[in-house]
Design a protein. Structure first.
Length: 295
């Protein structure tokens, strides 16, 4: 039985990765910082990964001492480690770059066969600290001694729940005409893709998106329909948002970086090869009807 270590296992994608690789017959090891999160329900009340993992390692990728031996006997490492929200003092360079690099060095020492890294679509074109940190690690991985696969998804369905939040409040804001296109991907579809290409693709960099291409104005309409609210759609000129992004420097470098990342994502087409079966309208409706998890 092949052994895989999944880092970032309690995140949105990580939970799907654990379930999927377990279903595919892998011996699944997980690396997590917070043991309590292992017992939390996943998306839409999916099973807690504590019941799926064959072995749990408690450690922090930012602290190399906690990673000693974590890759021993492991065939594959899959890292979904990255900052999605700025909490605490750790920076993108601390986590997305150095943290993943610490894990890579441990994998090399243990002679792991292959490392898969979940990157970001068009990262090399997005000039901000988040994507620079990710791109710097991707470069290190490409130059490493082990085989690699770099997956570059366009964005997750979960990233677009902001549209639902706005619709619930009665007004959805679009940048410009809302005509830019994207094909976000569901976490389950992305996990399926990862399992499909692991140990098949070698030294590969793969762009991937969901099965349907949407314009942002269509996303707004889907959110309004899912919530059933009489929400209004307001168009914000792109140059006004650009000024707001510049002004966000006053709120600190981390918030400014996230603002830059958001601006880049909504002011260009983000369309990659299509994959999967999940549609965003269904996801939005499920999200609206989702019951709070039972503690």
């Amino acid at each position: 039985m092949k052994k895989i270590l999944i880092a970032g296992a309690t995140g949105y994608l990580g939970r799907y990765l654990v379930q999927t690789f377990k279903t595919k017959g892998y011996e699944v090891h997980v690396l997590v910082r917070n043991e309590k999160r292992l017992k939390e329900k996943g998306p839409f009340a999916s099973p807690a990964i504590a019941h799926l993992a064959d072995e749990v390692h408690i450690g922090d990728v930012c602290d190399p001492a906690t990673l000693t031996g974590v890759c021993e006997g492991i065939d594959f490492v899959c890292s979904a480690v990255g900052i999605t929200r700025q909490i605490g003092k750790q920076t993108f360079w601390d986590v997305d770059y150095q943290g993943n690099l610490n894990l890579l060095r441990e994998a090399e020492q243990a002679q792991v066969k292959q490392m898969m890294y979940i990157h970001a679509f068009q990262a090399e074109q997005l000039n901000n600290n988040l994507t620079k940190a990710k791109e710097a690690f991707a470069t290190a991985l490409k130059n490493a001694s082990l085989d690699f696969i770099i997956i570059k998804p366009t964005g997750y369905f979960s990233d677009l729940t902001a549209y639902l939040d706005m619709a619930e409040k009665g007004r959805v804001y679009l940048i410009g005409s809302g005509a830019y296109r994207l094909n976000p991907i569901h976490g389950q579809d992305l996990a399926n893709y990862c399992a499909e290409v692991l140990d098949v693709q070698h030294h590969a960099i793969l762009d991937i998106g969901g099965p349907v291409i949407y314009q942002h104005q269509q996303l707004a309409q889907l959110a309004v329909e899912a919530t059933g609210k009489q929400a209004k759609v307001t168009h914000i000129p792109q140059n006004i948002l650009k000024v707001a992004v510049v002004a966000s420097r006053l709120l600190g470098s981390r918030i400014h970086t996230l603002a830059q990342f958001f601006y880049a994502g909504v002011t260009r087409d983000m369309v990659a090869p299509q994959f999967g079966t999940h549609h965003l309208d269904t996801y939005f409706k499920e999200k609206v009807n989702q019951q709070p998890p039972v503690s």
